[in-house]
Design a protein around this ligand. Structure first.
Ligand code: ADP
Length: 511
C-alpha cells in the first residue's frame, strides 16, 4: 500500500449547506484555502460567501450540479486545488467519483475507491463483516429473478422481516413485512424503488429486530496501519428509519460493551483496508447483543457529537490522513469526556409526518451560551428549496454529565428562533423533555410509541408560555412608561405589539 505524501494547501468542497461550512471552518483553522462550488439557486448561499473562492457548477437540480462529477473535477483542476472533500450525501460514497479524482491527480478525502465500492454494497459489507467475525443481523440474499422462493427464504428467517436494498441509503427501498401475503408485493415495490433511487434493484432480507437501539462506532484509520475507534453514538431517535437526535455516550453503554463493539469495528476496518473516517453501524437488542448493520464510508452528519466528547476535529484528522500524516492520537490517549447531544434541525413539519417545508427563513436566531455549538448553513433570508436535503442546522450541546447536557439542550431549543417555515425544533424539545428519553430508555420505535398522537410542542409554540411572554413584554412597556398608542412607539416595540396582537392578546389592541 503506497503512503500518500502531499501537503494539502487548497481544498474544493463538493457540497453545500451546513457541512460545506463545517469543512470551510476546518480549512481555515489549518491555513488551507477553501473553494466552494454552487448551483444556480445557491449563488448567494452562506457557504459561497464564507469560502475563499467559489465556482458555479450548474443548474439547481443536484444531478446537474452537486452530482455532476466531471464538472466538479474540471472546476477543481481549473482552481488548482490539491484535494476534494465530498462532505456527506451527494458524491461522498460514490466510488467512481473517488476514482475520477484519483485519475485526475486530485486527492479524494475519504477511503480508497475500492473500499467505498466494497462497503457501499450492503450485501458485500455483510460478507466482509462475517469474515471479520462480526455478528450480523440474521438474513439472506437472493436472486431478484428467483421470486418463487421468497416465502421459503422469509420463513427460514421468521416474520417480521425487513426487505432492504443492497445499494441502499436514506431508508430507500426498505419495507417491513409481517406476513407471507404481503411479501411478493413488498419485494416488487422495494425492487422498483431501489432501481429508481440507486440504479441497482438488488434487495435482500433481514430479520426485523424488535425494539433495537441504533448504536454506531466512529472509526479512523491512517495509511501507517493505525486503526482506532472513537467511542459510540446512540442514534435511536429516528423518523422514517432516519436519525434526528443523537448522543454520546449511549445510555446503555458499559465499558465492556464499548470495547467489544469498538474492537469489532476496528476488525472490520482492517479486513476492508480502510482509510480515513468511517462509521460502523450496529443494532443492539434489549439483552445488549449487537449486530452489524452497515458501514458509512464518510464523515457522518452526527460527527460533532464525537468531536464534543473527544475534543478532536474530525475534518482536520481526515485532511491529515489524506496527506499521509499519521493520526494525531492513538487508542490509549482517547479519553471521552462528558456527554453530548445533537438535535438535527430540519425544515420539516413534524405534524404532517415530517413533510419537508420549503420557503424563506424570515427570522433566524441561534442559541448560544455554555456548552452550545450550532453547525448551520443558513442566515435570515436564506431559502430552503425542494432540490436538496432540508437540513437547516445541527444543535450540539455538551455537559459534564447527561443531566447537564439535557438541561442545556432544552434551554437551547427554547431559545432557538426560526420563522417562515416549519422546523423540527418543537419536536426535538418534546423528545428531550419526554420521560423515556430523560431516563435513557428508548429504542428506534420511540417516536411512535411515546407520541402516539404525534403532537410535539416547544415553549414558543405553547399558548400559555406565549401568554406569559406577552405579559412580561407588556409589563416592561408599562414600566418604561411607553404609551401603547401606536404612533409613539419605536419600530421594534411596534413589531412586538403587532406580533402579540396577531396572537390575539387583547391588551395590545389599538386604544
Ligand atoms: P439506510 O442505509 O437506508 O439508512 P440502515 O441499514 O442504516 O438503512 O438502517 C436504518 C435504520 O432502519 C436503522 O437505524 C434501524 O432503525 C432500521 N433497521 C435497519 N435494519 C433493521 C433490522 N434488521 N431490524 C430492525 N430495524 C432495522
Amino acid at each position: 500500500m503506497t503512503i500518500p505524501n502531499k501537503k494539502i494547501k487548497k481544498i474544493l468542497i463538493a457540497n453545500r449547506g451546513e457541512i460545506a461550512i463545517r469543512i470551510i471552518r476546518a480549512c481555515r483553522d489549518a491555513g488551507i484555502t477553501a473553494v466552494a462550488v454552487y448551483s444556480e439557486i445557491d449563488k448567494t448561499a452562506y457557504h459561497v460567501r464564507l469560502a475563499d473562492e467559489a465556482h458555479y457548477i450548474g443548474p439547481a437540480p443536484a444531478k446537474d450540479s452537486y452530482l455532476n462529477q466531471q464538472n466538479i473535477v474540471d472546476v477543481a483542476k481549473k482552481a488548482g486545488v490539491d484535494a476534494i472533500h465530498p462532505g456527506y450525501g451527494f458524491l461522498a460514497e460514490n466510488d467512481s467519483f473517488a476514482k475520477l479524482c484519483e485519475d485526475n491527480g486530485l486527492i479524494f478525502i475519504g477511503p480508497r475507491a475500492e473500499t467505498i465500492a466494497l462497503l457501499g454494497d450492503k450485501l458485500e459489507a455483510r460478507r466482509v463483516a462475517l469474515k471479520a467475525d462480526l455478528p450480523i443481523v440474521p438474513g439472506t440474499d437472493f436472486d431478484n429473478k428467483d421470486l418463487g422462493h421468497l416465502n421459503e427464504k422469509a420463513r427460514a428467517i421468521g416474520f417480521p422481516i425487513l426487505v432492504k436494498a443492497a445499494a441502499g441509503g436514506g431508508g430507500k427501498g426498505m419495507r417491513v413485512v409481517d406476513s407471507e401475503e404481503k411479501l411478493q408485493e413488498s419485494v416488487s415495490s422495494a425492487i422498483r424503488e431501489a432501481g429508481a433511487a440507486f440504479g441497482d434493484g438488488r434487495v435482500y432480507f433481514e430479520k426485523y429486530l424488535k425494539d433495537p437501539r441504533h448504536v454506531e462506532i466512529q472509526i479512523f484509520a491512517d495509511a501507517h496501519g493505525h486503526v482506532v475507534y472513537l467511542g459510540e453514538r446512540e442514534c435511536s431517535i429516528q423518523r422514517r428509519h432516519q436519525k434526528v437526535i443523537e448522543e454520546s455516550p449511549s445510555p446503555i453503554m458499559t465499558p465492556e460493551l464499548r470495547r467489544k463493539m469498538g474492537e469489532a469495528a476496528v476488525n472490520l476496518a482492517r479486513e476492508s483496508g480502510y482509510l480515513g473516517a468511517g462509521t460502523v453501524e450496529f443494532l443492539v437488542d434489549p439483552n445488549l447483543n449487537f449486530y452489524f448493520l452497515e458501514v458509512n464510508t464518510r464523515l457522518q452528519v452526527e460527527h460533532p457529537v464525537t468531536e464534543m466528547v473527544t475534543g478532536l476535529d474530525l475534518v482536520r484528522e481526515q485532511i491529515r490522513v489524506a496527506e499521509g500524516t499519521p493520526l494525531s492520537f492513538n487508542q490509549e490517549n482517547i479519553e471521552p469526556r462528558g456527554h453530548a447531544i445533537e438535535c438535527r434541525v430540519y425544515a420539516e413539519d413534524p405534524h404532517q409526518d415530517f413533510l419537508p417545508s420549503t420557503g424563506i427563513i424570515s427570522e433566524y436566531r441561534e442559541p448560544a451560551g455554555p456548552g452550545i455549538r450550532v453547525d448551520s448553513g443558513v442566515v435570515a433570508g436564506s431559502e430552503i428549496v425542494i432540490y436538496y436535503d432540508p437540513i437547516i442546522a445541527k444543535l450540539v450541546v455538551w455537559g459534564r454529565h447527561r443531566e447537564e447536557a439535557l438541561e442545556r439542550c432544552e434551554r437551547a431549543l427554547t431559545e432557538y428562533r426560526i420563522s417562515g417555515l416549519h422546523t423540527t425544533i418543537g419536536f426535538a424539545c418534546s423528545v428531550i423533555r419526554s420521560a423515556g428519553f430523560r431516563l435513557g430508555q428508548y429504542s428506534t420505535g420511540y417516536i411512535d410509541s411515546a407520541f402516539p398522537g404525534r403532537v410535539f410542542k416547544c415553549p414558543q409554540d405553547d399558548p400559555s408560555e406565549r401568554a406569559a411572554m406577552a405579559a412580561v413584554v407588556y409589563d416592561f412597556l408599562e414600566r418604561q412608561k411607553v404609551s401603547l398608542t401606536i404612533k409613539r412607539k419605536s419600530e421594534s416595540q411596534n413589531a412586538w405589539v403587532r406580533f402579540y396582537r396577531q396572537q390575539g392578546f387583547k391588551q395590545f389592541d389599538k386604544r
